[in-house]
Design a protein around this ligand. Structure first.
Ligand SMILES: C[S@@+](CC[C@H](N)C(=O)[O-])C[C@H]1O[C@@H](n2cnc3c(N)ncnc32)[C@H](O)[C@@H]1O
Length: 174
C-alpha cells in the first residue's frame, strides 16, 4: 500500500537534500515505498535507516538499512533528519516525539498531521510545534495528510514560509 502523497513527500525530501543531510531515519517502514523514494531523492553517501516493529517489507532497495524493533525502546543514535510515521495513536506519537526529537540534529517530520482519520497525530503536532520552528508541507488537497516539520536552529538555510505547497521545492530551495 502507498501511504505517501508525493506532492508533500518529495518537497520534504528535497528540503532535506538542500540541508545537505548525512543521515535519515524513518520510523514506520510498512511495505517500504516511502524509504525507496527517500533513497532516490537522498543519494548515497547519505545514510538511510528505516525501522519497523515487525517485518512487513518483502524487499527494500539497495542502500537502505532495515531495522526491526519498537521505536519506543530501540537505541539507534542521532540522525540529521527523522521521519515519524509509525503507530499513529496519540500516546504513541507523543512517545515517539519525546524519544526522537533529541536525536534529530536538524529536522524531524511527522506524517499525517492534518489527516482527518488521525486526530491524535494532529493533537501531538499542535503540541510539538510550540517547541520549535515549524513548517507544514502540504499538497493542498481536501483531506490531505500533510507533513509537519520541526527544525533545529541549524536547519534554517532560508526564510521558509509556514506552509510549503507542492511545487515550492521543485528546482531547489526558494
Ligand atoms: C503508516 S505505516 C508506514 C508507512 C510508510 N512510511 C510508507 O509511507 O510507505 C506505519 C508502520 O509503523 C509500524 N509501527 C507501528 N508501531 C511501531 C513501533 N512502535 N515501532 C516501529 N514501527 C511501528 C507499523 O507496523 C506500520 O508498518
Amino acid at each position: 500500500m502507498i501511504y505517501q502523497d508525493y506532492a508533500e513527500f518529495i518537497p520534504w525530501l528535497t528540503y532535506l537534500r538542500g540541508l545537505d543531510i548525512k543521515s535519515y531515519l524513518e520510523i514506520g517502514t510498512a511495505g517500504g515505498y516511502s524509504i525507496i523514494a527517500a533513497r532516490k531523492v537522498l543519494p548515497e553517501p547519505v545514510r538511510i535507516v528505516t525501522l519497523n516493529i515487525r517485518n512487513e517489507a518483502e524487499k527494500l532497495t539497495d542502500g537502505v538499512e532495515y531495522m526491526i524493533g519498537d521505536s519506543h525502546e530501540i537505541e539507534l543514535g542521532d540522525f540529521d533528519a527523522i521521519f515519524i510515521d509509525g503507530d499513529h495513536t496519540d500516546a504513541s506519537v507523543s512517545a515517539d516525539f519525546e524519544r526522537w526529537w533529541p536525536h534529530a540534529r536538524l529536522a524531524l517530520g511527522f506524517h499525517d498531521v492534518t489527516a482527518p482519520e488521525w486526530p491524535g497525530v494532529a493533537r501531538q503536532w499542535m503540541r510539538a510545534k510550540l517547541r520549535a520552528r515549524a513548517v507544514r508541507f502540504t499538497s493542498d488537497r481536501d483531506g490531505c495528510s500533510s507533513i509537519g516539520i520541526l527544525m533545529k536552529p541549524a536547519a534554517f538555510p532560508t526564510d521558509l514560509p509556514r506552509e510549503v505547497g507542492p511545487t515550492a521545492f521543485i528546482g531547489g530551495l526558494p
